[in-house]
Design a protein around this ligand. Structure first.
Ligand SMILES: C[S@@+](CC[C@H](N)C(=O)[O-])C[C@H]1O[C@@H](n2cnc3c(N)ncnc32)[C@H](O)[C@@H]1O
Length: 224
């Protein structure tokens, strides 16, 4: 069993760990409200980047409230494999309860910074709003692990915060609030992608798309 990372315990007890957190946040309308009405749109963006059909092996790194994992599972063919890892057993149990009994999803307790799987075993991996929750060192290790386990030619899809454009009112209202409750999130809007996305010989290509006035972004890395 992997230990709960200190950053998660210290900063995200209220969102993921504390009894009642799952009951409170596992509501589609609440997740959507927290994302200013963009949950569906950002989920669509993640799915579009992963692919219409998901043959082979698909990895979701960290659980997500709402129906995103169910939507991914629905795209995995009979002979495909969908795996979801998370470091918190309570989150994995919540996912188990959300999935239909026939869903073929492998769920395991793992730390994103040290994945227990061989190199180049996945066709694609998704990181949905995980990057902003991790301090820089954990974020870099998670990205390195995602790139390690995805096959050459495969994709690592990241959906997360970014710096809203200057005219965006939430840039001045919401970001300071977020900064208080999510202390590492500012890393993602302070210096742009290059400041937190490490240069790696395993990255052969990168495409970035902005959403909601720049407040959210999707990054698709192609594994070299
Ligand atoms: C993907 S993130 C944010 C999801 C987003 N707030 C939502 O629900 O729409 C939340 C998950 O990341 C998981 N997590 C954080 N650090 C992790 C790590 N080092 N390894 C695996 N899972 C991690 C947490 O346990 C939590 O279930």
């Amino acid at each position: 069993m992997n230990a709960i990372p200190a950053y998660l315990q210290q900063n995200y007890d209220w969102a993921y760990i504390r009894p009642g957190a799952v009951r409170l946040f596992e509501r589609a309308w609440l997740v959507d409200l927290i994302l200013w009405g963009n949950y569906r749109r950002l989920g669509d963006a993640a799915l579009a980047a992963l692919g219409e059909a998901l043959p082979g092996r698909t990895l979701q790194i960290a659980c997500v409230y709402g129906d995103l994992s169910l939507r991914i599972a629905a795209r995995v063919p009979q002979d495909g494999m969908f795996e979801v890892i998370d470091v918190l057993p309570v989150q994995l149990e919540n996912l188990r309860q959300k999935l239909p009994t026939e869903a073929r999803v492998r769920i395991s307790q793992q730390d994103s910074t040290a994945l227990d799987m061989p190199d180049a075993c996945q066709d694609r991996a998704l990181l949905f709003f995980l990057m902003h929750e991790q301090p820089a060192d954990a974020r870099a290790r998670t990205l390195a692990e995602a790139l390690r386990v995805v096959k050459p030619g495969g994709k690592v899809v990241i959906v997360d915060f970014a710096r809203p454009r200057w005219w965006h009112p939430l840039r001045y209202v919401w970001l300071p609030v977020l900064h208080q409750i999510e202390p590492f999130a500012a890393d993602l809007w302070r210096g742009g992608v290059k400041s937190w996305l490490p240069e790696s010989p395993l990255i052969a290509g990168m495409e970035r798309t902005s959403y909601f006035g720049g407040m959210y972004q999707r990054i698709v890395l192609t594994r070299g």
